[in-house]
Design a protein around this ligand. Sequence first.
Ligand SMILES: NC(=O)C1=CN([C@@H]2O[C@H](COP(=O)(O)OP(=O)(O)OC[C@H]3O[C@@H](n4cnc5c(N)ncnc54)[C@H](OP(=O)(O)O)[C@@H]3O)[C@@H](O)[C@H]2O)C=CC1
Ligand SMILES: O=C(O)[C@@H]1CCC=N1
Length: 277
Amino acid sequence: MNRKTIVFYGGGNMASAIISKMVTSDWSGEDIHVIDRNTEKLERFSKQFGVQVHDKPGSWMAQIDSVVLAVKPQQLPDAIASAKEWMDEALIISIAAGVRIEDLRAMLGQNRICRAMPNTPMKIGKGVCGLYATAEADEDHLFIVKVFAACGDLIWCDKEEMLEGVTAVSGSGPAYVFRFIEALENAGIRYGFNEVQARRLAIATVLGSAELARQSDEPPAELRAKVTSKGGTTYEALKVMQERGFMEMMQDAMDACRRRSAELGEAFHENLESKKD
Ligand SMILES: NC(=O)C1=CN([C@@H]2O[C@H](COP(=O)(O)OP(=O)(O)OC[C@H]3O[C@@H](n4cnc5c(N)ncnc54)[C@H](OP(=O)(O)O)[C@@H]3O)[C@@H](O)[C@H]2O)C=CC1
Ligand SMILES: O=C(O)[C@@H]1CCC=N1
């Protein structure tokens, strides 16, 4: 693939996570641009990653190949309006949670669009990102993979709605896992370990179990059964989890997350429609 240029509109947490891995792969900082209104953030991007920084869009974007929309959903309309004239020919990648392609298309006036739902472990190359692109972006799949490849695993969705499921499982998922780690750590402290020791026990347990699940041919349910001796300790713990409805609670939590993602998308859509009148 020829050298291509990419702009991140919004230099926040996610842009930083993605760019930090791009520059360790076959991307050169010279081909990556970041727009943000905060001077300090721009200085950090320039120093840490050697990328090109700008406090606003402008004619310098005329030859750009792609734009990643990496602002908060509510900031998208203003951001797009300010750069629209330079994005006609570009592939647009939006990471904004919930914002639908029909609304991106309405704001952009073009349809070469990909929606992506990344997660924060991408920062260390261990993330997972759901992707869905329009038919007009069919020839851009290789480029899209090149943007995110160093960040972790990539999963293409057959339908756009599946991205709400990605948000519920893996986009917001790191927060559930951190909560679980907090629970293990708190228990460790209650059982007499200091904070450092308790955190080590908790993190090593989650990390080791995830890595075992990844490397094993057996499904997680089999691996769980192998820890659970008949009449033993694990059985007692899992029994409490079952009595308290752990699986149902997790399902309800993810349903709520998915519903919120759809609600945010719907609210964004209604807001956009109301401005047309
Ligand atoms: N955090 C997560 O785990 C995930 C987030 N996402 C999505 O990623 C997107 C970005 O999130 P995140 O990185 O956390 O957001 P941040 O708020 O950290 O980053 C957005 C940046 O863009 C700047 N900005 C906004 N509008 C403009 C503008 N018009 N001109 C110049 N700069 C602007 C903001 O400045 P200022 O602060 O001054 O407003 C801020 O620095 C969101 O849409 C979110 O839904 C997706 C998956 C996971
Ligand atoms: O909480 C949020 O809205 C964002 C989207 C996925 C993870 N964080």
